[in-house]
Each structure stands twice: as structure tokens, then as C-alpha cells.
Design a protein around this ligand. Structure first.
Ligand code: EPU
Length: 363
């Protein structure tokens, strides 16, 4: 039948993750075509196996005993672009816009393409819309799943379509931006329709010679004015590098999944309660609620940068990154996670929600 791909057995997952932790996958397959993705889904169904879709491994914690099912690694490549004109009504606030029109590009990118290579190419080609998302590890297909965001920009601002395989009926569907239900670090892919869709390709709408987005105070301070797209990319890479949020084999503090917890969104009442003891608590408005940096809460719950628990630890350069200090097991990371959650809960009554996907743990 269509099973022309090779299913491997007992493949170690640790080297395929940025944390470098975790046991083996019982079955493992790399799909480089959409029909191979479909065949992998069929293989899992026929053999009654759980299926886990692996992208760049930059946002997963794999358990020490591994995954007793099929891991599907997405290797779908390819970038196609189409040009069109942006109507003047959409160019408000774009001070460089000439006479009401500007070329835009729709770029369809295979889910297996490296995210940062894509961003680098967009910046080189002077396409604006993803420049603040420079230096984020992982693959393009993972970006809509958790609505990747940083330095004031999120992929939900530029994604127009996500091509997916619907596991419930085996059909390929194209979801629009609205269908994806994007909000902070959330989409239907990691909430209401978890495990239903496998992302095959993502289409972004980028503006040619558009201005860079500068909407984050730390970025504004770091970028040289007048800001260019490449200036913003360089500034973001510098900031991320200083915080060990760029994967660098020479930097032990970068052996992480980036932020381990989401920044909690809380009621104004909670903020006011915290302000009694900490009048200068940082926060960002989020509709009627506020988002408080998890890193700040963790520090005020008495965990500092460089804290260690066995072979796991907190990065010396960013409190939100839990790191593998060399030979950490997944169990050690979980112990540290639990300890931090308990500390923040006890001090503030706020439950920190982990950001990465947990693979091979009991539900
Ligand atoms: N802060 C601390 N200690 C720290 C770091 C930060 O107290 O060690 C406090 C400070 O008040 C600081 C504030 O947290 O002003 C914000 O810090 P930062 O700019 O580093 O951002 P973050 O909230 O820690 C979020 C994202 C990152 C993204 C940055 C920049 C989440 C969970 N994380 O981190 O995304 O790069 O903003 O926009 O939303 C990721 O998701 O993996 C990720 C790296």
C-alpha cells in the first residue's frame, strides 16, 4: 500500500529535543510528503498506537521512559510565494506607505522548515511581519500551535491559513486565521481540538518594505533608530542571546524549552492584592485582566537565577527557563517544576501553567 516510508523502532528522543532529555519512541517515522503523513496516521490507527507529532523538539519534555507509540517527525519542506497589493484601508499607521498601496506577499511554508531560517530570509527580502520572532528555535509547523510570540509580535498577526490533515476523517483542510482561535500561546490546536489536526503548511501574509514592529519597551531600547527590519532582528538576537534564549551548544543555560511557564493572566483584584506588598510589580494589560511575568513571580517566591535541584536548574540568565545541567532526567525537571509551582502558589495563590508539551507521561 502507501507504506513506502520506513518505520523505525526504539529511537532515542533526547537528541531530537532542545532539553536533550527523554527515553525512546517505540516506533518512529519521518514524513517528507503529505501522503507519508497520512500513511503514518493510518499505521498508528491500524496498530492501535498513540501518535505524537514532533517538530523541532524545542517545546517538549519527553518522559524518561519514552513514548510507547508512534512518533511522527515532520519533514515537509518547501516555500512558495505569491504577490498581491494591500488595499490602502489596511495601511493606516504605516508611515512609509506610498500613495495607498504596498506589495504584500503570501508565503506558504512547509511545516518542517526551520523557523528561524524562514525569518532570516524574510528579513533579507525586506518582508515585515515576523522580524521580532527571530532566534526562536523549532519548525514552522509548531508556530500556529502555540501561537508563538515574542517582543510584541505573534504569528497570529500574519498567519492567513494553516493546511492540516484532519485525523478524524483523513482529509486535508485549510483553516483560516479565524478558524485557528488564536490567543496568548493558545490556538484550537493545543486546546479545543488538541491532537485533531496535523499541521502540513502555514501561509503568512507579509508586507514588502513594511516597517518593523517595535512594541516592546526592551526592544525599543535595544534597537538603533531609524529602525530597519534587520536592525530589529539583530536587536532581538542580542537580547535573546544575553538571556540564553538562543540555542547554543556552548551555552549550558540554553539547554531548555525557552519559557517553561506561561505568564499568568489574572484579575485586577489579584494585581491589587500583590501591589500591597510589591507596589512595583510588573504587569501588562490583557483585555480586562493583566498578565504578570511568571519570571518575576518565581523570583519573589524565592527562587533565583542559577537555582539547582539535582541535575535540573533555573537558567543563570532567565528565571523562566528550566535547564538540563548535564545529565538531568525528566523526573528531575518535573520535581523542579512542582517545587516552583508550589512556591508561587503558596506566596501568591497563582497556579503557573507549564508551556511545553509533556510526552509519555500519564495523562
Ligand atoms: N523578569 C524577571 N526575571 C527574569 C526575566 C524577566 O523578573 O529573569 C520579569 C521582568 O519584570 C521583565 C519581565 O519579566 O521585565 C518580562 O521579561 P521578558 O521580556 O524576558 O519576557 P518573559 O515574560 O519572561 C515572554 C515570553 C518569551 C518571549 C519574551 C519576550 C512567555 C511565557 N514567554 O517571556 O517567549 O521571548 O516574553 O517577548 O510568554 C517562550 O515562550 O518560550 C519565550 C521565550
Amino acid at each position: 500500500m502507501r507504506q513506502f516510508f520506513k518505520v523505525k523502532e526504539n529511537v532515542s528522543l533526547a537528541p531530537l529535543t532542545t532539553l536533550r532529555i527523554g527515553g525512546a519512541a517505540r516506533f518512529f517515522v519521518t514524513a517528507v510528503t503529505e501522503s507519508q503523513v497520512a500513511a503514518a496516521v493510518e499505521f498508528a490507527a491500524k496498530n492501535n498506537l498513540d501518535l505524537f507529532v514532533l517538530g523541532g523538539g524545542s517545546n517538549v519534555l519527553v518522559s524518561d521512559r519514552g513514548f510507547d507509540g508512534l512518533v511522527l517527525q515532520i519533514g515537509l519542506l518547501g516555500v512558495e510565494s505569491f504577490e498581491f497589493l494591500v488595499p490602502s484601508s489596511e495601511l493606516r499607521g504605516d508611515s512609509n506607505a506610498e500613495l495607498g498601496t504596498r506589495n504584500a506577499k503570501l508565503i506558504k511554508v512547509g511545516a518542517g522548515e526551520d523557523w528561524d531560517e524562514f525569518v532570516e530570509n524574510c528579513v533579507k527580502e525586506r518582508l515585515s511581519g515576523v522580524e521580532c520572532l527571530s532566534g526562536i528555535p523549532g519548525l514552522v509547523g509548531g508556530t500556529p500551535v502555540q501561537n508563538v510570540g515574542a517582543y510584541g509580535q505573534e504569528v497570529s498577526e500574519t498567519i492567513v491559513a494553516v493546511r492540516c490533515l484532519d485525523r478524524t476523517n483523513g482529509k486535508i483542510v485549510t483553516l483560516t486565521n479565524a478558524d485557528c482561535g488564536f490567543t496568548y500561546r493558545t490556538s484550537i490546536f493545543n486546546s479545543t481540538h488538541r491532537e485533531r489536526y496535523i499541521v502540513l503548511a502555514v501561509t503568512f501574509r507579509l508586507v514588502e518594505n513594511g516597517p518593523p514592529k517595535i512594541a516592546y519597551p526592551e526592544l525599543e531600547r535595544a534597537v538603533e533608530m531609524p529602525a530597519s527590519l534587520s536592525g530589529v532582528r539583530d536587536a532581538v538576537l542580542r537580547i535573546r542571546g544575553k538571556k540564553s534564549m538562543l540555542i547554543d551548544p556552548r551555552d549550558p543555560n540554553s539547554k531548555s524549552v525557552g519559557s517553561f511557564f506561561k505568564n499568568p493572566i489574572v484579575e485586577l483584584e489579584k494585581l491589587k492584592e500583590i501591589q500591597i506588598a510589591f507596589p512595583s510589580v510588573p504587569y501588562f494589560e490583557f483585555g480586562e485582566m493583566v498578565k504578570i511575568p511568571a519570571a518575576w513571580l518565581i523570583e519573589k517566591a524565592d527562587f533565583s537565577k542559577g537555582f539547582t535541584l539535582g541535575n535540573a536548574g533555573i537558567s543563570e540568565n532567565h528565571t523562566l527557563a528550566l535547564i538540563n545541567r548535564g545529565k538531568s532526567t525528566a523526573a528531575e525537571i518535573i520535581d523542579l517544576k512542582d517545587m516552583i509551582q508550589a512556591g508561587v502558589e503558596a506566596r501568591f495563590g497563582i497556579t503557573l501553567c507549564p508551556e511545553p508539551v509533556f510526552v509519555g507521561f500519564d495523562a
